[in-house]
Design a binder for this molecule. Structure first.
Ligand code: B1M
Length: 211
């Protein structure tokens, strides 16, 4: 079995320490960090997602897989972050109210920090008012909203409305993402940018700040 398959298999079984060791081993063998992330960790998490949907695994198994994912990405963090990038700016990020999924949000944060951006992590279950507060009181130039549930993605529309109501809409960009979110949804709610993955989100944030 290839080391990427081993990472995927062990992640699915929630073997966090083994995943951490295997990721380290893959790095030492010269496997690119992006490939370890996509073909090892994310591939394993997608299989967990499919099994969860099919009622073959349940919340406790998903939670231990998520912990293994987090331990694996922590090892990759310094490699995914690009050295010597000159970008600067301040971004706030959070998973929207009612939603507790944070793995994707954490990846976006990691990629943005790797580009040299300062990221205020508001955590999960973040209300529209908390996003607005981060702009008004912490000087964030971009709001990044993540949602994984079809039942919570509508909160992103409330974030746009809250920014309008607070009179800050013209001075802040709003980025949206997460598995159920689409470009059409982004346009429909009047947000500024949709990006499908963490690396693209970081690139787009840098472009927005440069513009
Ligand atoms: Co949940 N869950 N979950 N879950 N869970 C999903 C999302 C689900 C699709 C599973 C399924 O049915 N197949 C389903 C949602 C169905 C729907 O809404 N249509 C679901 C459900 C139903 C639920 C519960 C309701 C289950 C229950 O309790 N009955 C519950 C809800 C809790 C809540 O939030 N209130 C729940 C709970 C959980 C756990 C707590 C057990 C755990 C979360 C642990 C954690 O995050 N710390 C969990 C997990 C792990 C998942 C799956 C298996 C994996 C999600 C994940 O981390 N993926 C997921 C199935 C799946 O997605 N395959 C599922 C990896 C991650 C890197 O991807 O977050 O999409 P993702 O991020 C991507 C992009 O989307 C993008 O970048 C990343 C890649 O580079 N991205 C952005 C993300 N945010 C971005 C923001 C941006 C830009 C890009 O800009 C601002």
């Amino acid at each position: 079995m290839s080391i990427l398959n081993e990472i995927s298999e062990n992640l699915q079984r929630g073997k966090a320490k083994i995943v951490k060791t295997l990721v380290q081993q893959a790095i030492e063998e010269g496997v690119p960090a992006k490939q370890i992330l996509e073909e090892g960790l994310l591939s394993g998490m997608n299989i967990v997602g499919e099994k969860f949907k099919a009622n073959e695994v349940f919340v406790p198994e998903v939670l231990v897989a998520a912990r293994a994912m987090n331990m694996g990405t922590a090892v990759l963090k310094p490699l995914l972050a690009e050295d010597g990038v000159e970008a600067s700016g301040k971004v706030c990020i959070g998973t929207v109210k009612g939603d507790l999924h944070d793995i994707g949000k954490n990846l976006v944060k990691m990629m943005m920090e790797g580009k040299g951006l300062e990221v205020v992590d508001l955590g999960v279950d973040v209300s529209p008012e908390q996003f607005v507060d981060a702009v008004q009181n912490q000087g964030c130039q971009i709001i990044c909203c993540s949602a994984l549930l079809t039942t919570t993605m509508g909160i992103m529309a409330d974030v746009v409305k809250a920014a309008e109501a607070a009179g800050i809409r013209d001075s802040v960009k709003i980025m949206v993402g997460g598995a159920p979110v689409t470009e059409a949804f982004c346009q429909q709610i009047g947000a500024d940018k949709y990006t499908p993955d963490a690396a693209t989100a970081a690139d787009v944030a840098v472009q927005l700040l440069a513009g």
